[in-house]
Design a binder for this molecule. Structure first.
Ligand code: ZN
Length: 270
């Protein structure tokens, strides 16, 4: 059983265009040519999962505008089948009905939300961002936050380790999931964050950018019971993310925790 706790997919009619735009951003910001593991649609995500050894994917949508939450969360609910596909919800820290929307998200059975400081244009330690994460924690929702640099957005990054620290100083860390090993391409700062806060981390899209020793050190420091396997597909093929994890030398018990047991606890564990 493998659960990929960080993937992206979009409604059919915007999927390919969205992927092309995001690819363009990566090229413009960093000269990176991205290879994608699926074309952005849920159908092609399912194909990729079958080919690359993933049983269940957790989709992480992002409300980049204050008006997007309705369509995003309706779509998230529609595609969630609790077997192969589960979607988190999303909302924007600056919409004026954050409390009601979060109540609705929790009432409809979503396990969590995804936030992205850069794509939402809000610093992670902004008071509205902090208020949203606090309220989500009170409702028992998990909050995945893009952490560290972003391959599509040039620095300074609104979700860098410094701003995450400002957020975590003022919120309950126990249901916060910092994507990309705690802080993408700020690996030393990521180690500091996981020493100081009880956050979960996911392993997504790091295999080409982190040195293997630091990757395993971060896992051991965090403790495998708070590490979630993720790929960030289509930006990394889950097969490559899994191979990187396997080759890191984690024990069988740690591998089981990271690839599915922790995720099962979050998704299905009451
Ligand atoms: Zn992502």
């Amino acid at each position: 059983m493998v659960i990929d706790f960080h993937v992206h997919a979009f409604p059919d009619k915007i999927a390919r265009r969205t992927i092309e735009t995001l690819k363009g951003n990566m090229y413009n910001a960093f000269g990176l040519r991205a290879d994608v593991s699926h074309d952005g649609t849920v159908d092609d995500l399912r194909r990729s999962m079958a080919e690359n050894g993933v049983d269940l994917s957790v989709i992480m949508p992002i409300a980049t505008k204050v008006t997007q939450y309705l369509t995003i969360n309706a779509y998230a609910e529609k595609i969630t089948d609790n077997r192969k596909i589960i979607s988190f919800a999303s909302l924007h820290p600056y919409q004026d009905n954050v409390k009601e929307v979060l109540d609705g998200i929790a009432a409809r059975g979503f396990r969590g939300i995804k936030l992205h400081p850069d794509y939402q244009g809000v610093f992670a330690d902004d008071e509205k961002f902090i208020a949203l994460v606090r309220r989500a924690a009170e409702l028992g929702l998990y909050v995945t936050i893009h952490a560290g640099k972003d391959m599509g957005v040039p620095p300074p990054n609104k979700g860098s380790a410094r701003h995450l620290r400002g957020l975590l100083n003022k919120t309950d860390c126990s249901r916060v999931i910092l994507a990309h090993m705690g802080a993408f391409r700020e690996w030393d700062e990521a180690e500091g964050l996981i020493e100081d806060f009880c956050v979960y981390i996911d392993t997504s899209v790091v295999s080409r950018f982190i040195d293997r020793e630091q990757y395993i050190r971060i896992i051991e420091k965090r403790g495998a019971d708070r590490v979630l396997f993720g790929s960030d597909a289509p930006w990394e093929n889950p097969k490559d993310s899994l191979a990187f994890l396997k080759a890191s030398g984690v024990s069988d018990t740690e591998y089981e925790l990271i690839t599915h047991a922790n995720a099962e606890r979050i998704l299905f564990g009451g």
